[in-house]
Design a protein around this ligand. Structure first.
Ligand code: HEM
Length: 175
C-alpha cells in the first residue's frame, strides 16, 4: 500500500485540534443525553436548572461550553490556522502560538467543564440537604476557581486572535 506524501507537513500540529473537537462533541452529546433522562432531569430541575443555582452550572453552562468551545471553536481555530497561509500566501506568524492556542484553550475548557460539574453537584446536594450555609461557603470557593480557569481559557482565545492578526498584518506587508 503506497501512502501519499503529506501535502502540508507543517499543519500536522493541527491534528490535535481536530481530535479534541471530536472528543468534546462526544462528551458534550453524552452530557446532553444524560441530562434529559427523566431521573436526571428531575434532579437538575430540583437544583435550579436551567434558570439559576447549582443546576444552571450543569445545564446549560457546562453542556453549552463543552459543545461550543470544545467542539465548534477548536475546529474553527484549526480551520483558520489551516486556511490562512493558503489564502494569504504567508506562513503563520508563529507556530509556537498555535501550540499555545491549543493548550491554553483545551486545559481551560476541560477545567471550566470540570469545575462547573463538580461545584454543580456539590452545591446541588447541599441545597437538597437544606444546608444553605454550606452551599454558600462552597460557592465562595467556586468563585476564585472559576475565575482562574476562565482566564486560562481566555488566554487561548486571545493568543489565537494575536497570531491571526499578526499573520494578516504580515501578509499586507509582504513585498
Ligand atoms: C473564555 C471564554 C468564555 C468564558 C469564560 C465564558 C463564560 C460564561 C459564563 C460565566 C456564562 C454564564 C452567564 C450566566 O451566569 O448566565 C456563559 C454563558 C454562555 N456562554 Fe460562555 N464563556 C466563554 C466563551 C463562550 C463562547 C466562545 C461561546 C460560544 C461559541 C459561549 C457560549 C455561551 C452561551 C450560549 C451561554 C448562555 C448559556 C445559557 O445560559 O443558556 N461562551 N459563558
Amino acid at each position: 500500500m503506497t501512502t501519499q506524501p503529506i501535502a502540508y507537513p507543517e499543519d500536522r500540529d493541527l491534528i490535535k485540534f481536530l481530535f479534541f473537537s471530536t472528543f468534546c462533541l462526544m462528551v458534550g452529546t453524552i452530557h446532553g443525553v444524560w441530562q434529559i433522562q427523566p431521573p436526571v432531569r428531575e434532579w437538575l430541575d430540583s437544583i435550579g436548572s436551567p434558570y439559576g443555582g447549582p443546576g444552571h452550572m450543569i445545564d446549560p453552562l457546562a453542556h453549552a461550553h463543552m459543545n461550543l468551545i470544545g467542539g465548534v471553536v477548536t475546529l474553527c481555530m484549526a480551520a483558520t490556522y489551516y486556511m490562512l497561509p493558503k489564502i494569504t500566501g504567508v506562513a503563520l506568524w508563529s507556530r509556537r502560538l498555535v501550540f499555545h492556542t491549543f493548550w491554553w484553550t483545551a486545559i481551560g475548557l476541560l477545567g471550566f467543564y470540570t469545575t462547573l460539574m463538580t461545584f454543580g453537584v456539590l452545591e446541588g446536594n447541599l441545597l437538597l440537604a437544606g444546608d444553605l450555609e454550606g452551599m454558600d461557603e462552597m460557592h465562595q470557593l467556586f468563585k476564585p476557581v472559576i475565575a482562574t480557569i476562565s482566564t486560562i481559557m481566555g488566554v487561548g482565545f486571545w493568543v489565537f486572535f494575536f497570531n491571526v492578526f499578526a499573520t494578516i498584518k504580515k501578509s499586507y506587508q509582504k513585498p
